[in-house]
Write a protein that binds this ligand. Structure first.
Ligand code: SAH
Ligand code: SF4
Length: 367
């Protein structure tokens, strides 16, 4: 019999499960709180449950689907990247980032990714499978448990414990809107004010722009922030860099984002990975500013590309980034240049996983 991952179940589903075992429904609430508030990893710790129920949980369910393969910190102690193995042998990356007084976890929603952006390490291997809601939630819980430990030892990271996760970015492996239901169930659990209680406003979901899903997201009651991976100001270039653009072109995408902003009153941000000689010319900044005009309040994050082994794309020079940024600012678009944090620990999307698929690299990282 395959065991049920308890984190996959909503509160209602847990209540139904225990009822099907002949227990009162409130036992489901108790278990839900142990899982999502106390973050226990073993039913034996659920001390207010009858022993029989704890034993049945231990026999038929499990709580933590993540087995740590390797974790790597950057030299400044600001970033910790972890590679995990899931029960079926798949591997995923999760990153903890410590800066601006924030403790941000970057989570994955799929094993691999089917979109196939040619500059992205995750995209190169294609999609293996979607993650389940519990497999997404567990990534946040993993780092939250570590942060909550009352310990004078920060293990070399620039953080004082105990503390808490303050922010979540859904910017790890995979396209979250291609795994919509699982991603939303996970984020709802994380933002549930009765349990984990992380403010939805501190959650940012990044997408390449699946138009029907953006419209669906606009209808959700969960006020998370939306980031869109643009990377190109014209269809011609974006068709190449973000192939889903052939299905949902820039005009369809922008229309959807205008609808989204009107409906939610929340500003959309854009990710623009700067690639030398590809998308970093000043004329392209002008085209980008024009493209964003209908949104009025757009913000662009400029990120010098993290070069991915096996991909021909290179990062733009600091000078090119500066000129591009200036052109956007002159046109009234606000911008941030994001540092390439974690480059040294392969913290680009899917890069640690890619590196560790070569055994000699894994040996090097472990030393
Ligand atoms: N699939 C979603 C979310 C995960 S990727 C998306 O693409 O939006 C998070 C961000 O990292 C995206 O903006 C993606 O384009 C960017 N990215 C991927 N590979 C990168 C690289 N090598 N250098 C810089 N940014 C990269
Ligand atoms: Fe997938 Fe995002 Fe990577 Fe593109 S950038 S391949 S959508 S994970």
């Amino acid at each position: 019999m395959t065991k049920t991952l308890l984190l996959d179940l909503t509160r209602d589903q847990l209540r139904e499960l225990v009822q099907s075992w002949g227990e009162p429904a409130y036992r489901g609430n108790q278990i839900y709180d142990w899982l999502h508030k106390n973050l226990v990893t073993d039913p034996a710790q659920m001390t207010n449950l009858p022993k029989k129920l704890r034993e049945r949980l231990a026999a038929e369910t499990f709580i933590n689907p993540l087995e740590l393969i390797v974790q790597v910190d950057d030299a400044r102690g600001e970033t910790r990247k972890a590679l995990f193995r899931l029960p079926d042998g798949s591997t995923i990356e999760v990153v903890l980032m410590l800066y601006d007084k924030r403790r941000t976890v970057c989570i994955s929603t799929q094993v691999g990714c089917g979109i196939g952006c040619p500059f992205c390490a995750t995209g190169m291997g294609g999609l293996t499978r979607n993650l389940s809601p519990g497999e997404i939630i567990a990534q946040v819980h993993w780092f939250e448990r570590w942060l909550r430990q009352d310990s004078p030892d920060s293990e070399g990271l620039v953080v004082q414990r105990p503390s808490r996760v303050t922010n979540i970015v859904v910017m790890g492996m995979g396209e979250p809107l291609a795994n919509y239901d699982a991603a939303m169930q996970a984020l709802r659990a994380i933002a549930d004010p009765k349990t984990f209680a992380l403010s939805a406003r501190n959650i940012t979901l990044s997408t390449v722009g699946l138009v029907p899903r953006i419209d669906q997201l606009a209808e959700e009651s969960l006020p998370i922030r939306l980031a869109v991976s643009l990377h190109a100001p014209t269809d011609r270039l974006r068709n190449k860099l973000v192939p889903i653009n052939k299905r949902y072109n820039l005009s369809k995408l922008m229309d959807a984002l205008v609808r989204y902003q009107e409906k939610t009153r929340r500003r959309v941000t854009f990710e623009y990975a700067m690639m030398r000689g590809i998308n970093d010319a000043v004329e392209q900044a002008h085209l980008l500013a024009d493209l964003l005009t209908p949104l009025r309040k757009a913000h662009v994050n400029l990120i010098p590309l993290n070069p991915t082994p096996g991909s021909p794309y290179q990062p733009s020079s600091t000078e090119a980034v500066r000129r591009f940024q200036q052109a956007l600012e002159d046109a009234g678009v606000t911008t941030t240049v994001r540092l390439r944090r974690g480059v040294e620990i392969s913290a680009g999307c899917g890069q640690l996983r890619q590196a560790t698929q070569q055994p000699e690299v894994l040996k090097f990282i472990r030393q």
